[in-house]
Ligand binder design. Structure first.
Ligand code: ATP
Ligand code: MG
Length: 394
């Protein structure tokens, strides 16, 4: 028995006992009918957010203004949304007002695709007002009502169509596809963060390539600030790519507008991988590269190289990592402070220069990690630096 689902039913019953209409809706019902494991349960109800809050012990006000709250029960989370009909849409994305409704049909008619507008009651009866079951059987993605109107209201739905292709492998119905073709330019009005959420899901889906082919055919890919060549390339390969890897491939294929948004950590990683790719695509990795960048990052750069048709150096990278004589500068047996003990340096910055030199030579295997050998080498370097700088003052 699926405990998440069963607890969801308890919520429906509680809402109904209090006099409100309520159903399961959206992705969970769709995926249940398709026999796919699904994440989140959405519940739609005639109760207003305040009424839901009053009825349950543990409720978070996640999107109260748009009618959504999160009910927590038996350690599970449920998004409970009041039947809604949306007002006029502004900026191709947001309705100017949302009106709560007592009529489930209002709520279903504002949803994006027929396959996302199936409702189910607590007895698992399915209520299908839009030919949704038929579309599920025929594996079809079709907007509810006029596709031109629905995509003009909210052009994010265009990308959502591809997201469901990628997840389910379905076809996009002809009229819906024509409307996408006609209105693809509206995607530019959507915030880049929202576009990235959809791209993330498109990249992760089992049917990624089919979704990408649709995006290329409709030229929606051209609206995505420089990603087009990369998407074309990815659509022809079979490797799974995490979204960030897919972005890196796109960045290598084309000079990309600096518009895509990543966390600072990912910005650093992307830059590191792009640099590593340049250095290693036609050359071999060496111990120093592996030391400086770390095993995981090198393996990622190698994966990108392989995807792009360059040599696979995974075994070499792993061997190099195993063979590293030190993992950290602290592992050097002769250290910066040893230099200070042995010779009074006028310029402290020389210590860094000498330690970097020692580190490089030890990592590359040119010098053993041995106190006496490194000491001798370091003192020789001190002398050389003094000569170079014309510094004879002991
Ligand atoms: P997934 O399994 O990928 O989460 P989902 O169908 O649950 O798919 P969500 O983004 O979680 O998708 O949205 C839940 C439901 O809300 C959808 O099934 C759809 O009915 C409705 N919905 C979400 N976004 C929109 C939108 N932009 N326009 C119209 N309806 C939407
Ligand atoms: Mg969902």
């Amino acid at each position: 028995m699926n405990k998440y689902f069963e607890t969801g039913k308890k919520i429906l019953v509680k809402l109904q006992d209090a006099g409100y209409v309520s159903y399961f809706v959206g992705g969970y019902v769709r995926d249940l009918l398709l026999g796919i494991e699904s994440g989140d349960i959405d519940i739609t109800t005639s109760a207003t957010p305040s009424e839901v809050i009053a009825l349950f012990n543990n409720v978070k006000e996640t999107g109260k203004k748009y009618g959504s709250v999160t009910v927590l029960m038996d350690e599970f989370k449920y998004e409970v949304t009041t039947f809604r009909s949306d007002g006029e849409y502004i900026d191709n994305r947001h309705p100017d007002v949302v009106t709560f409704s007592k009529d489930i049909m209002d709520d279903l008619s504002r949803r994006d695709f027929t396959i996302n507008a199936i409702i189910m009651d607590e007895q698992e009866n399915i209520i299908d007002n839009y030919g949704s079951k038929n579309d599920l059987e025929n594996k079809t993605i079709r907007t509810i009502n006029n596709p031109l109107k629905r995509f003009k209201e909210d052009s994010l739905r265009i990308l959502r169509a591809f997201r469901f292709v990628s997840k389910l492998g379905f076809d996009i119905e002809e009229g819906t596809l024509e409307a996408i073709n006609e209105l693809k330019h509206l995607i530019k009005n959507i915030s880049i963060e929202r576009v990235m959420v959809e791209l993330d899901k498109i990249f992760r889906g089992k049917h990624r390539n089919k979704a990408l082919r649709y995006m290329l055919e409709t030229e929606v890919s051209e609206e995505l600030y420089g990603l087009s060549d990369g998407l074309k390339f990815i659509s022809k390969i079979n490797q799974e790519l995490y979204p960030i890897e897919a972005f890196i491939v796109c960045f290598i294929m084309d000079d990309i507008d600096d518009i895509w948004r990543f966390s600072n950590k990912n910005i650093r990683l992307i830059k590191q991988i792009l640099d590593l790719h340049e250095v290693t695509k036609n050359d071999i990795f060496n111990r120093f590269i592996v030391y400086v960048n770390g095993l995981e990052t090198c393996l990622l750069a190698n994966k990108i190289n392989v995807v792009l048709g360059y040599n696979d150096q995974e075994d070499l990278i792993r061997e190099l990592e195993e063979a590293l004589p030190i993992k950290d500068v602290c592992d050097l047996l002769f250290k910066g402070q040893d230099i200070m003990w042995l010779t009074p340096l006028r310029k402290k910055s020389w210590i860094g220069i000498i330690v970097d030199d020692l580190k490089y030579n030890v990592i590359m295997g040119y010098l053993p990690n041995d106190y006496e050998v490194l000491k001798e080498y370091a003192l020789k370097k001190v002398k050389e630096l003094r000569l170079e700088m014309g510094d004879t003052d002991e």
